[in-house]
Design a protein around this ligand. Structure first.
Ligand SMILES: [Zn+2]
Length: 395
């Protein structure tokens, strides 16, 4: 059965290339992906999926459903299609939609005896506003048991962990006065910010090793040097492998900001701009994808990556097991968001990556639906990792 699915995927390779080239040639940044979204929806609709356009409060998000029987496992297949501002498709998101469509349709066409459901989610704006987080708040992803993705890369691999990342904006409001004539009337917002930075530096020594905190001054009142600054703003990024650790650190961060305001007699606000969660390791699920990649001789297979950056896929993986197969299409060592990715965007290797990615995901989904006990194993492993992360939090 897998062979039939794989053959179907390969047979539509030129259609996939046509679609990905179109998306590549018309790069659309986050929340502007109207053409890409319409292109993918039209194809799915034509193939018999029930389409809902503009889900989760995002006009360029979509959901496509196919169901066989009742109460089967619900397989989520997620794709991104946003480009980078000014750079175009330098993260290869143009390959994801066509790849996911091929995987979904090959499963739909397979002769599966058990009941199952396929839900394809188009997830906009990964690079900018983290569309999946907005979609989650809008009620999406509640209807899937597992989330699968594909991403072009320099090696074929899967990720184990990703960093949770809180983006926090802090503003201090002081009182300006003449710094030489009436300094006693002034309350410096900039002083508060400097003390806040100091507080964070001291905090660093007493938090878990994997926590990273960096900050940048975003603005201060544009006043002459002889005027006490009445405004200062900074952006902090606080990261960890465990979002629960971040919650604990954030409580202490709030105290530091409050203290900095109290000491200088200023007022302050703390605004959480974005809360990207970490991936909960889904090692058993990863293994299913890697086994399928090996079985079809995917290019440049490397061991799973233990450390990676932050992604909104992590927020979905707080709910359900998930895995993303990264498929090699650029030379090993080529970083994403680079000219190398752009140059290879319409290459033969890019088409091959879509085919391989679709075969890996279709193979994995067929395994999960059909092999007795496999889903239970995957879920138990995921639950265990989730418990471990809960236990390791130090308040
Ligand atoms: Zn990307």
């Amino acid at each position: 059965m897998k062979n039939a699915a794989f053959a179907y995927i390969r047979s539509i390779g030129s259609n996939l290339k046509e679609m990905s080239d179109k998306i590549f040639d018309n790069p659309e940044t986050g929340l502007n992906e109207y053409q890409a979204s319409a292109l993918l929806c039209d194809w799915l609709e034509q193939e018999g999926f029930a389409i809902e356009r503009g889900v989760g409060g995002l006009p360029t998000a979509f959901r496509a459903v196919y169901q066989q029987g009742e109460d089967g496992l619900s397989i989520g297949l997620l794709c991104e299609y946003d480009a980078l501002d000014k750079m175009g498709h330098a993260c290869a998101h143009h390959l994801q939609g066509p790849c996911i469509l091929a995987a979904a349709n090959s499963i739909k066409r397979s002769d599966i005896s058990k009941p199952f459901k396929l839900v394809v989610y188009g997830t906009p704006a990964e690079e900018t506003v983290s569309g999946k987080i907005i979609m989650l708040k809008g009620g999406c992803f509640q209807d899937i048991d597992v989330a699968l993705m594909m991403h072009g890369g320099a090696t074929t691999t899967v990720d184990v962990k990703s960093l949770a990342n809180y983006l926090v904006e802090v503003e201090f409001f002081g009182t300006s006065s003449h710094a030489a004539i009436q300094p006693e009337m002034g309350r410096s917002a900039l002083d508060s910010l400097l003390i806040a930075f100091q507080g964070v530096e001291f905090l660093r020594e007493h938090i878990p090793d994997d926590v990273r905190i960096h900050y940048a001054i975003r603005s201060s009142s544009d006043q002459p040097v002889n005027v006490v600054p009445d405004y200062a703003k900074a952006l902090f990024s606080i990261r960890s492998n465990n979002v629960l650790t971040l919650d604990a650190v954030l409580a202490r961060f709030h105290n530091i900001m409050e203290g900095a305001a109290l000491m200088m007699g200023t007022k302050h606000t703390v605004t959480i701009k974005k809360q990207v969660a970490n991936k909960i390791p889904s090692r058993r699920l990863n293994q299913v994808l890697v086994d399928n990649a090996k079985a079809i001789n995917a290019p440049t297979i490397r061991p799973p990556r233990e450390r990676t950056g932050s992604t909104d896929f992590g927020n979905i993986m707080q709910l359900i097991p998930g895995s993303c197969i990264r498929v090699a299409f650029v030379p090993e060592g080529t970083p994403s968001h680079s000219q190398g990715f752009l140059d290879a965007g319409k290459s033969e290797a890019a088409t091959e990556a879509m085919i391989v990615g679709a075969q890996v995901l279709a193979g994995a989904a067929l395994d999960i639906i059909q092999i007795d006990g496999l889903w239970e194993e995957i879920y138990q492993d995921y639950e265990q990792e989730k418990n471990t992360l809960q236990k390791e939090v130090i308040n």
